[in-house]
Design a protein around this ligand. Structure first.
Ligand SMILES: Nc1ncnc2c1ncn2[C@@H]1O[C@H](COP(=O)(O)OP(=O)(O)O[C@H]2O[C@H](CO)[C@@H](O)[C@H](O)[C@H]2O)[C@@H](O)[C@H]1O
Length: 641
């Protein structure tokens, strides 16, 4: 396959353009010189341009055409995206498939990131049928950021005119939380799926909310106490079975569910999230396309966390309901050092790897992380594969749900406030101190941490640094659950530092809002962070993040420079927080020290930090338009597999 690169992919490699411009051919770069490739691209682009924009003037296309200086530029760009280094990283053309809507007057010819938010609020020019497949979707199910993203992005895409379905399990835990599914009705549509050596029957529940079809796959294996993936005894042993069922059911849903009277059909775009949905692109290629079904569908894998890949013994392959000849797609061999004994061949099946080699395009949740996963340090063994697919790998920074995370309307916090009137923030702090049983000291810097208690979140670093942090006149509150060792450490630390530390063990959304609003500083020393949402929430709430310079944290938090001129008339300096590197206790303490000192001694600088963070635009509208772009690219190429 690599020998005969499609034309579009060759263009990418040759000119570092991240695009799919031209209808693919099988000619290689050796057969066509670069210049002739560009000419060919122009020809195709011009055809599209003529068809779509005749009669419209003054738009980006006309502008691009009129500005074109050389032959290669003339009239071919509807828009282009330039990265930080001035290289062109994307073009915007009318895609080769998808339905062109009646009202195409908006002529969205510029790449979304370059445009103001107001302009994004138009309907999409091309509407798609989009099917999210995910293990979590808030508010129905959530253990972390995956739930947030799959609860919000679909709504933003639906608002832009796409038909959007989200398929996730109907988890029933036997707790009051189950009422979250009470709005979903049984569609009375049972289907039979073949996997794990038997016929499995699943049902579907449906709720239409905020323009989105929320579909819940119903099966007894999703009904049990605990959380989504495990209980107090650890991770469930049958998760491979549960998420194999989810993927099979997700492939059937667009074909069999007449939602609002008609099915989604087989010309849809599957957005498959993390390993739990990883079988979907393989099923499309191995089970459906040989029979002419889903030949016009495309799939995009969204990697939220590459550390979790869905790896199980090779022998389980026969359970997955895939033809034997597709074993190679999921085949995964552990390196020698990771094998248990001399006869261990290290063979396994890896869902995420299978998705990477069969999906049409790959996305991560920030640009920084999309690069990191192609390195041996960040790729968790998949970096070479991901590098080989670099031409279809992009990063889009997550947005935040503006309705849920808005300090001026938030129902969970004691007082509402905004950038124009910050007076409520200190009241939130006092209220939090009261609730936690800490001294009510509005002047004392309060540090917060919210997150899964996991290696990823850098808890070890906090654990090592806590004696030194506690030497300062600060208060520190941590909210989290996960690794029992860290949970015990939080409890023990609370008893050691009763007057200034609180460790709240558990998963509690209202408390997470109170901490975000009440603290002055949010600490995120993550070892790696694909995007990170808490730093985005913190900035929106005027809480200044101190973060390890990695992945999405590096992309979203701008290090404070006290010497720059004030950018918004509010305090001196520029930047929205502190970033530290390397990932050591010492560098974290230095950054935290700067934050504490600035809070104590440079009030106007602090106010500037708060206000700049609050003014940042991390709305889903912005991210959704970028997803649209990648979806358009996916439909330009033929299915990858
Ligand atoms: N104890 C607790 N109580 C209440 N709420 C809690 C909580 N612990 C965590 N949360 C909430 O869960 C979410 C976690 O979001 P992150 O982006 O930090 O997460 P996560 O690592 O799970 O997700 C992965 O996917 C997301 C989405 O793509 C990426 O941003 C991220 O980098 C990647 O690791 C936030 O909404 C947070 O407030």
């Amino acid at each position: 396959m690599m020998e005969s690169l499609e034309l579009s992919r060759v263009l990418l490699l040759t000119s570092s353009l991240s695009l799919s411009l031209i209808p693919p051919t099988t000619k290689t770069i050796r057969q066509l010189g670069f210049r002739s490739l560009v000419k060919k691209a122009n020809k195709y682009a011009n055809l599209r341009l003529t068809r779509s924009f005749s009669g419209h003037t003054g738009n980006g296309a006309a502008h691009a055409a009129s500005q074109g200086k050389g032959e290669d530029e003339m009239g071919l760009l509807l828009a282009r995206e330039i990265d930080e280094f001035g290289s062109i990283v994307g073009f915007n053309l009318i895609p080769g498939s998808g339905k062109i809507t009646e009202d195409a007057t908006s002529n969205e010819v510029e790449v979304p990131e370059a445009r103001g938010v107001e302009e994004h609020k138009v309907q999409a020019r091309v509407s798609y049928s989009i099917v999210f497949v995910t293990a979590e979707a808030a508010p129905y199910s959530k253990t972390g950021g995956l739930g947030d993203v799959c609860g919000s992005l679909p709504i933003a895409l639906a608002a832009r005119g796409h038909r959007v379905m989200v398929i996730s399990p109907r988890y029933i835990h036997g707790t009051p939380e189950d009422k979250k599914f009470s709005g979903a009705v049984d569609l009375d549509c049972r289907i039979k799926l073949y996997c794990f050596g038997a016929v499995q029957e699943v049902g579907f529940f449906h709720e239409f909310r905020d323009g989105v079809d929320w579909i819940f796959v119903d099966h007894p294996s999703f009904h049990r106490p605990g959380n989504l993936y495990g209980d107090k005894f650890g991770t469930f042993g049958d998760n491979q079975f549960r998420f194999t069922l989810l993927s099979h059911a997700a492939c059937e849903a667009p074909l069999v569910l007449p939602l609002g009277g008609y099915t989604y059909g087989d010309k849809c775009l599957f957005l498959v999230n993390d390993w739990h949905a990883g079988l979907v692109p393989i099923l499309l290629a191995a089970k459906y396309r040989p029979h002419g079904v889903y030949k016009d569908a495309r799939s995009i894998l969204v990697i939220h966390n590459i550390a979790h890949q869905g790896v199980e013994p090779a022998i389980t392959y026969s359970n997955l309901g895939l033809p034997p000849e597709w074993y190679g797609a999921l085949e995964w061999v552990f390196p020698n050092w990771a094998r248990m004994h001399a006869l261990d061949t290290g063979e396994a099946v890896n869902f995420l790897k299978g998705a990477i080699v069969t999906v049409d395009r790959i996305l991560t949740v920030s640009k920084g992380y999309s690069w990191e996963i192609t390195t041996s340090e960040g790729g968790y063994g998949l970096h070479e594969l991901l590098s080989s697919r670099k031409s279809v790998l992009n990063g889009i920074t997550n947005g935040i749900d503006e309705n849920e995370w808005d300090p001026s309307t938030d129902k969970h916090i004691a007082y509402n406030y905004s950038a124009d009137d910050l007076s409520g923030k200190v009241k939130c702090k006092i209220s939090l101190q009261k609730e936690l049983g800490l001294a009510e000291r509005p002047e004392c810097p309060m540090i917060g941490f919210i997150g899964r208690l996991d290696y990823q979140k850098g808890i070890d670093l906090i654990r090592m640094a806590i004696p030194e942090i506690m030497e300062n006149d600060v208060q520190f509150v941590m909210l989290g659950s996960g690794n029992p060792e860290f949970e015990d450490w939080m409890r023990a630390t609370e008893s050691t530092y009763r007057d200034k530390f609180r460790g709240w063990v558990g998963f509690n959304v209202p408390v997470s809002h109170k901490i975000t609003a009440g603290c002055d500083i949010l600490l995120m020393p993550s070892t790696f962070e694909p995007c990170g949402l808490n730093q985005l929430y913190a900035m929106r709430y005027g809480t200044v993040p101190v973060v390890h310079e990695t992945g999405g944290l590096r992309d979203t938090v701008q290090n404070f420079n006290p010497y720059a001129e004030g950018t918004n008339g509010e305090g001196e300096g520029e930047g929205t927080g502190w970033t530290f590197s390397p990932l050591t206790k010492e560098s974290m303490l230095v950054a935290l020290g700067y934050a504490i000192r600035t809070y104590n001694e440079y009030k106007s600088s602090w106010k500037g930090l708060m206000k700049r963070g609050m003014a940042k635009d991390y709305t889903w509208v912005n991210a959704a338009t970028q997803y649209e772009q990648v979806i358009e690219w996916a439909f330009m190429d033929p299915p990858y597999c």
